[in-house]
Design a protein around this ligand. Structure first.
Ligand code: NAD
Length: 391
């Protein structure tokens, strides 16, 4: 009989309270502790006598034996909490994004690598639950199998992250430079940008255009268009907004061997009979398109938000039974995309990757210094975020 894996959740807000419920319903796992700066948030989620409550996470780390910690605080706090956990040799599953800015994310990965010198089996994972979705897994496997041949263009219009002003008003950290270091790029889009880099790798150059508080009373970006240039010649477009209703979620991938489109939960592949690049060179008809067949691509999908699968994977990895679905270090790619699009918009220049994370830090510090936002402390109700996970 295996011992229970002892977990703690830090940050019992909208997301953390869901993690608490998921952990409480799992077997072989004990929710040993919860921690939040605000005691009332913890009172709302657990009455179990085996779960201890803390308002200071360092007191918790000092006084408890824990196997793993889930971090679901606002993004800036992911960094010091994860680094402290690594010092104690405690496995970490942090919420997305890994951090608010690249320089913090780099510190976390360095601390993790350093800690592994003393705790060689230490694990670091990120909550990118969309990696468990059947349609994204199908697209990934088709790309990895080379079914589209050489990639020409990938365009993702992801504007169904619609948010009303009341969302931004619920929580003093939301949509502020000081509280989260950005808007839609760092809060909602980490999932899509993680998938973008998972599918296509990292671009060489990033150019971004952002609208700041264009449709909401916020100081950070709520509308973004980005252009990615890849070393292999592929170009990418990433278009997002929290102010389009009805919104769109359309991913269009063009390769020499066809066009793959995901929209309205339908995956369609127009499969070319011959390579489009070959046809360009050989066809004697100046206007002929390549012949193609239209295929509905089936996929299996669990239909759930998916956080539970990432937590179960984390536990199974701690037990040495599985590989991590998303390794902590991978979180740096999404963060670099979010930060470089924002940096490009702020300084009006194309950014070469790897980006200058110190320059981004300085730009962000200036934004924080010049901020005029004085938010009231957030409403203390925990919002139901089950509608907010996107697809
Ligand atoms: N994976 C997803 O689908 C998903 C969805 C929503 C939010 N998130 C992420 O979860 C994190 C939290 O978001 P949320 O919407 O739950 O925010 P929230 O404001 O509802 O909750 C955050 C909680 O953390 C607490 N907190 C803040 N600093 C703390 C500290 N140092 N120690 C202990 N507690 C602290 C706050 O009191 C609050 O209760 C963010 O990083 C966000 O990006 C992920």
């Amino acid at each position: 009989m295996e011992n229970d894996i002892k977990l703690a959740v830090i940050g019992i807000g909208a997301m953390g309270s869901q993690h608490v419920k998921d952990i409480q319903s799992m077997s072989g796992v004990q929710l040993s502790a919860i921690c939040d700066l605000r005691p009332e948030r913890m009172e709302a989620v657990t009455s179990s006598s085996t779960t201890k409550s803390f308002t200071d996470y360092q007191d918790m780390l000092n006084s408890m034996e824990l196997d793993g910690v889930l971090i679901s605080t606002p993004h800036y706090d992911h960094t010091p909490i994860a680094i402290d956990c690594f010092h104690y040799g405690i496995h970490v599953l942090t919420e997305k994004p890994i951090a608010a800015q690249m320089s913090d994310g780099i510190l976390m990965v360095q601390a993790f690598k350093e800690a592994r010198k003393h705790h060689s089996d230490l694990k670091f994972a990120i909550m990118f639950q969309q990696r468990t979705y059947g349609y994204w897994k199908k697209i990934k496997s088709m790309l990895d199998d080379g079914e589209l041949g050489k990639l020409i263009r990938a365009t993702w219009i992801i504007t169904n992250w619609f948010r009303n002003q009341s969302y931004y008003d619920n929580g003093d950290w939301r949509a502020t430079w000081k509280g989260e270091g950005g808007g839609v790029l760092i809060n909602q889009c980490p999932h899509n940008l993680d998938l973008f880099q998972w599918f296509f790798g990292m671009p060489e150059k990033v150019t971004g255009f952002a609208g700041f508080g264009k449709y909401h009373e916020i100081e950070v970006e709520d509308e973004v268009t980005a252009f990615f240039e890849y070393q292999n010649g592929m170009v990418g477009h990433f278009i997002t907004s929290t102010a389009e209703s009805p919104g769109t979620n359309r991913l269009e991938i063009i390769g020499e061997r066809g066009k793959l489109v995901f929209e309205n939960n339908i995956l369609t592949f127009w499969k070319n009979k011959i390579s489009m690049l070959e046809q360009i060179q050989t066809s004697i008809d100046p206007y002929a398109f390549t012949e193609s067949v239209e295929l509905d691509i089936p996929y299996e999908h669990h239909g759930l938000p998916g956080h539970r699968f990432i937590i179960e994977n984390f536990v199974n990895v701690i037990r040495g039974k599985e590989e991590l679905i998303v390794r902590g270090e991978e979180g740096l790619n999404q963060l670099q995309l979010s930060n470089s699009i924002l940096l490009s918009s702020l300084i009006n220049k194309t950014i070469l990757l790897p980006m200058d994370s110190d320059l981004f830090k300085r730009e962000l510090e200036e934004k924080i210094r010049n901020s005029k936002v004085r938010k009231e402390a957030g409403i203390s109700l925990i919002p139901d975020i089950s509608k907010s996970f996107g697809n």
